[in-house]
Design a protein around this ligand. Structure first.
Ligand SMILES: O=C1O[C@H](COP(=O)(O)O)[C@@H](O)[C@H](O)[C@H]1O
Length: 246
């Protein structure tokens, strides 16, 4: 991990979303003031989507026209499938604020332009990241949001998998995710660690062991959450139950 993680402990999930939401508004507004633009990598999962709902109601200080929206992972299923992180993000936020559609970079669904060719879809997302990367393999995202599973997975990077071990490509296809649906596209460790700030949104007692491993520097092959951090900040927003083992 690049920088020492900061832990923001709150009581429950409502406070967690509120704390992360307030800080995200501040961070995006500051980036837009300093650089004229901002970039956020969204995550799926319960807290990631709750945060987007919070932003829908409380994010009016953000100039949504000047934000690039990326996805940390998505499920390779048809576009109208409820499992799509992109569809959930549209419903929670993107359809309700003034984002520039040309700056919302969804991963291809299984009925999109690449059809069922998941590798072509993953390769194309890597191409897009590089194209917008100002000479780097990806943009230096302002904030990469991450949910986390009880076994420590982030994006679709699961313990002891080739996707987690990837150190060259920024985006890979996953054909056998242990959590359904099995086919996914995900940013890899080299992509996540390009972010200025990496934020974990974690609630629930079933995440306490993984939280302790992530914050405390556990084995990155066993605990994907321990394998990433931001170049400027790594922040863990955790509720009381998830922080029980810290
Ligand atoms: O499969 C996924 O799960 C994680 C965590 O989800 P949660 O509901 O336990 O918070 C999520 O971060 C990831 O984007 C998603 O594809």
């Amino acid at each position: 991990m690049s920088v020492r993680p900061e832990v923001v402990e709150v009581t429950d999930k409502t406070e967690l979303v509120d704390a992360a939401g307030r800080r995200l508004v501040e961070t995006v507004v500051a980036a837009q003031r300093d650089r004229g633009t901002a970039s956020i990598v969204l995550t799926g999962g319960s807290n990631g989507i709750a945060l987007l709902e919070w932003l829908r109601d409380n994010g009016s200080q953000i100039d949504w026209r000047s934000v690039d929206i990326w996805f940390g992972d998505d499920r390779f299923v048809p576009d109208d499938d409820d499992e799509r992180n992109h569809g959930q993000a549209r419903e929670a936020l993107l359809d309700h604020v003034d984002v520039d559609p040309a700056r919302v970079f969804a991963m291809a669904p299984s009925d999109g332009e690449f059809g069922d060719d998941i590798d072509a879809a993953a390769t194309d997302y890597a191409r897009l990241l590089q194209e917008r990367g100002d000479g780097g393999s990806t943009p230096a995202f302002d904030v990469h949001l991450l949910g986390m599973g009880g076994e420590g997975h982030i994006n679709s990077l699961f313990p002891h998998t080739d996707a987690l071990a990837e150190r060259e490509r920024t985006v890979v296809a996953v054909e056998d995710s242990p959590k359904p649906p099995p086919r996914r596209i995900t940013l890899t460790v080299p992509a996540v660690t390009r972010a200025r700030q990496v934020w974990f949104l974690v609630a629930g007692a079933d995440k306490a062991e993984a939280t302790a491993a992530g914050v405390g520097g556990g084995d990155p092959a066993a605990w994907p959450c321990a394998s990433v951090g931001g170049t400027e900040a790594t922040v863990w927003f955790v509720d009381a139950a998830a922080s029980a083992d810290l």
